[in-house]
Ligand binder design. Structure first.
Ligand SMILES: NC(=O)c1ccc[n+]([C@@H]2O[C@H](COP(=O)([O-])OP(=O)(O)OC[C@H]3O[C@@H](n4cnc5c(N)ncnc54)[C@H](O)[C@@H]3O)[C@@H](O)[C@H]2O)c1
Ligand SMILES: [Zn+2]
Length: 346
C-alpha cells in the first residue's frame, strides 16, 4: 500500500508492505547517506553494503547533542551538501536523531526514514517531530520537520528482540486506549506471538496505527490540542524512563496505569478501565507499576513540556477508546501517584 499525506511542512510518502530496495527509487542514490546504529549495521550488513553510511552507537543514551555533532562532523568529512539526502534506518533513536540532523545540517537537507523497530513503524517515524535528550529531559532539543518518505519493510522485524516487540505494543495499546476501542478488543483477543507469526494481521495493525497517528497529527501539527492526546502515559513515563533506566515502552506502560489512578481521583474514572488496561498490558509483557521516589519524579515531571504555569496538561482516560486533557495541579498528580505507590505495598 502506498499513499501520501500533505502536512504544512511538505508531503510525506508512505510505502507500507514495501521492500528495503525500493529506497533507490526515492533518493538520488549517488548523493545519499544512511544513518543507522551499530546493531542494525551488524544485523543488516548485507543490505547496507557498498552504501555511504554513518553508524552511531545504539541506545537512548546516545540520543544526545554530542552524537548530533559527531554526525555533522562525519557529514562534513564525507562532503555532504545541501543536495545530499539523508536516510535514517533504525528505531526511534536513529530516526529522531537523523531527522534532527537533517533539519539543521546546512539549515536543512532532504531526508527519509526506514524504521526497523515496531515502535518506530507505528509511532516514532511518523509526525515530523525530531530531537534529542538533554540531561534527564527527553526530547527537549528538537525540530518539527517531515521526512519525504517512510518506507515500511517488516522483514527488518525478524531480528527484533522480544523486549522491543513489547515496547512497540506499548504505543499500540496507547492508540487503542485513547482512540480505538475495537482495536483494544482485537488486541485483547491476540498476543505478541500471534502478530509475530501472522504477517497480514501485523501489517494491518501497523497500517491502522499509521492512520491514527496521521489523522491526529494532521488535525494538530504543532501540538496545540488534539496531538497532546498522543502523550497519554508519557508525562510520568518520560519522568521515570531515564531516571529508572526503563525502556520507553515500559515507562509509558506504567505511565498509562498512573493516569488511570489520577483519573479515578480527579474525574471519577471507573476502576474497571484500569483493570482492563492493566490486563492488556500484562498480556503484552509490559509492567504496570514500579516503586519510585515520588518527590524526585515530581521534580522532573513538573519541568514537562506540557506544563502551563502551575498546572500540567495531563491526558486522562474517560473510557476505553477515549481520553481527554485535564489541567492538573502538582498536588492532584502527586495524590494519584501516591495511591499507585500504596497499591504496590498491598
Ligand atoms: N519522534 C516521535 O514522535 C517519537 C515517538 C515515539 C518515540 N520516539 C522516540 O523513539 C525512541 C524509542 O524508539 P525505539 O524503541 O525504536 O528504540 P531504539 O531506536 O533504541 O531501538 C531499540 C533497540 O532495537 C535495536 N534494533 C532496531 N531495529 C532492530 C532490528 N530490526 N533488529 C534488531 N534490533 C534492532 C536498536 O539497535 C536498539 O538497541 C525514544 O527515544 C523515543 O523518545 C519518538
Ligand atoms: Zn512514546
Amino acid at each position: 500500500m502506498q499513499f501520501s499525506v500533505s502536512f504544512t511542512g511538505g508531503e510525506v510518502q508512505y510505502l507500507l508492505g514495501a521492500e528495503f530496495a525500493r529506497y533507490a527509487g526515492l533518493v538520488p542514490t549517488d548523493n545519499c547517506i544512511f544513518i543507522t546504529d551499530d546493531n542494525i549495521a551488524r544485523l543488516c550488513a548485507e543490505r547496507l553494503e557498498g552504501k555511504k553510511i554513518i553508524v552511531i552507537p545504539a541506545g537512548e543514551a546516545h540520543k544526545r547533542l554530542d552524537t548530533v555533532e559527531t554526525i555533522i562532523n562525519e557529514l562534513l568529512k564525507m562532503g555532504a551538501q545541501r543536495g545530499t539526502y539523508l536516510v535514517g534506518v533504525g528505531g526511534g533513536v536513529v530516526t529522531d536523531i537523523a531527522g534532527f540532523v537533517a533539519s539543521v545540517y546546512m539549515r536543512g537537507v532532504q531526508f527519509g526514514f526506514i524504521p526497523t523497530t515496531l515502535l518506530g513503524m507505528v509511532d516514532a517515524s511518523i509526525g515530523g517531530k525530531n530531537g534529542v535528550d538533554v540531561g534527564l529531559y527527553k526530547n527537549v532539543a528538537g525540530s518539527f520537520r517531515q521526512p519525504q518518505f517512510i518506507l515500511y519493510d517488516t522483514s527488518f522485524l525478524v531480528t527484533l528482540p522480544d523486549e522491543e516487540w513489547r515496547n512497540g505494543f506499548a504505543e499500540i495499546i496507547k492508540y487503542a486506549c485513547v482512540f480505538d476501542k475495537d482495536m483494544f478488543d482485537e488486541l485483547a483477543r491476540h498476543d505478541i506471538s500471534f502478530y509475530r507469526s501472522n504477517e497480514i494481521a501485523l501489517q494491518e495493525l501497523i497500517a491502522k496505527c499509521v492512520d491514527i497517528k496521521n489523522k491526529v497529527v494532521l488535525a494538530d501539527e504543532t501540538e496545540q490540542d488534539e496531538r497532546k492526546l498522543l502523550n497519554f502515559g508519557h508525562t510520568l513515563g518520560h519522568a521515570i524512563e531515564n531516571m529508572y533506566a526503563l525502556s520507553h515502552g515500559q515507562a509509558i506502560s506504567i505511565g498509562m496505569v498512573a493516569a488511570c489512578f489520577i483519573a479515578e481521583d480527579v474525574a471519577r474514572l471507573d476502576v474497571n478501565v484500569r483493570e482492563q488496561l492493566s490486563a492488556l498490558l500484562n498480556r503484552y509483557g509490559l509492567p504496570i507499576t514500579i516503586a519510585f521516589d515520588i518527590t524526585s519524579v515530581m521534580d522532573v515531571l513538573m519541568k514537562d513540556k506540557k506544563r502551563l504555569g502551575n498546572q500540567i496538561g495531563y491526558i486522562l482516560p474517560e473510557t476505553i477508546g477515549h481520553a481527554v486533557i485535564h489541567k492538573l495541579t502538582e498536588q492532584q498528580i502527586r495524590q494519584g501517584l501516591k495511591r499507585m505507590q500504596d497499591a504496590i505495598g498491598r
